[in-house]
Design a protein around this ligand. Structure first.
Ligand code: NAX
Length: 327
């Protein structure tokens, strides 16, 4: 049987954590033959640590055959020790009335510390996924704080946007969601993301031709996907949690185990693809094989798409400029 791998999860007592940990421990992320050791990080606060203990009691009570160990931590320097996978979920999202500078300062502190800790103690091949918002910029901060690790192993979660887009297209076309191939989401995990179905197919047929309605694309589809997070909060009184955890599982599973040539979306540091400046943490269409992702290159970018990509890029560059002084 396989040697256990170490999976660190931050914000482990939060709502995404609660929807995520059980699925990792059951083998849905890394395979039903891959034992895992969970290294869980929460803030030192007594209430958070107590809540984490409660979640761990429930995980114990599942008697997961693949769970080879489980630890609670309050310090990233111990939580990330030798970790092979790190899911950085805990962060401080923007609250009502919170100034942008305040948001950037709080997350700057969290993600510089966590990037440094990964740099110091994690596996040299650690695969990092940042879920906590602002996800792209937090991933950028962590990457810049970990100069001894491969920058390309720091990624941000765009998969929820990708899955939301797939679901909307399935509803519009009346086709099963699993039949949709070659969907892409470009840019920032924010309402400016550009979900792009120009290359998508269903049973070999063009989705763009099937829908054939640019007004729907611009006025219905893009705003629906972009504002989906807000719509969930409005309906549920809480932000997306199970769907976010599901997207994190999808992202890590596909990265680790491969996509068999199918496209998925990952936020990754640009190497200049499609004119996106180097190091910008940007959503791109990728395929994964042997634990590596590869950008789908050579796609034509038309005028409307370029406009959308420029807008989400400008937003990300603004965020990145806002944290420069921290790095
Ligand atoms: P919760 O507030 O339920 O949980 C967050 C947990 O993180 C808390 O238990 C908190 O104590 C912990 N935490 C905070 N700072 C920490 C630190 N420095 N180290 C370790 N733990 C820390 O939030 P939840 O609903 O779970 O959401 C978590 C994050 O995901 C938020 O930033 C949220 O905005 C973001 N999201 C990102 C999405 C994406 O697609 N990228 C979608 C869903 C979600 O909104």
């Amino acid at each position: 049987s396989k040697k256990p791998v170490r999976v660190a999860v931050t914000g482990a007592a939060g709502q995404i954590g609660y929807a995520l940990l059980f699925r990792i421990a059951s083998g849905e992320m890394l395979g039903k033959d891959q034992p895992v050791i969970l290294q869980l990080l929460e803030i030192p606060d007594e209430k958070a640590q107590k809540a984490l203990k409660g979640v761990m009691m429930e995980i114990d009570d599942c008697a997961f055959p693949l769970l080879a160990g489980m630890e609670a931590h309050s310090d990233p320097m111990t939580a990330f020790k030798d970790t092979d996978y790190a899911l950085l979920v805990g962060s401080r999202p923007r609250g009502p009335g919170m100034e942008r500078a305040e948001l950037l300062a709080i997350n700057g502190a969290i993600f510089t510390a966590q990037g440094k800790a990964l740099n110091a103690v994690a596996s040299r091949d650690v695969k990092v996924l940042v879920v906590g918002n602002p996800a792209n910029t937090n991933a950028y901060i962590a990457m810049k704080s970990a100069p001894d690790l491969k920058p390309g192993n720091f990624t941000a979660m765009l998969r929820l946007d990708h899955n939301r887009a797939a679901s909307q297209i399935a509803a519009k076309t009346g086709k099963p969601v699993a039949s949709i191939k070659q969907l892409a989401v470009w840019g920032n995990h924010s309402p400016t993301m550009y979900a792009d179905y120009r290359f998508a197919t269903i049973d070999g047929a063009s989705v763009k031709d099937m829908i054939n309605d640019q007004a729907w694309n611009k006025d219905v589809f893009l705003p629906t996907v972009g504002k989906r997070g807000a719509a969930i909060i409005e309906a549920r009184g809480l932000s997306s949690a199970a769907s976010a955890a599901n997207a994190a599982i999808d992202h890590m599973r596909d990265w680790a185990l491969g996509t068999n040539g199918e496209w998925v979306t990952m936020g990754i540091p640009s190497k200049g693809w499609y004119g996106i400046p180097k190091d910008i943490m940007f959503g791109f269409p990728v395929t994964c094989e042997n634990g590596e992702y590869k950008v789908v290159e050579g796609l034509e970018i038309d005028a409307f798409s370029q406009e959308c990509i420029d807008k989400t890029l400008a937003e990300l560059q603004g965020e990145q400029d806002g944290v420069k002084h921290l790095l």
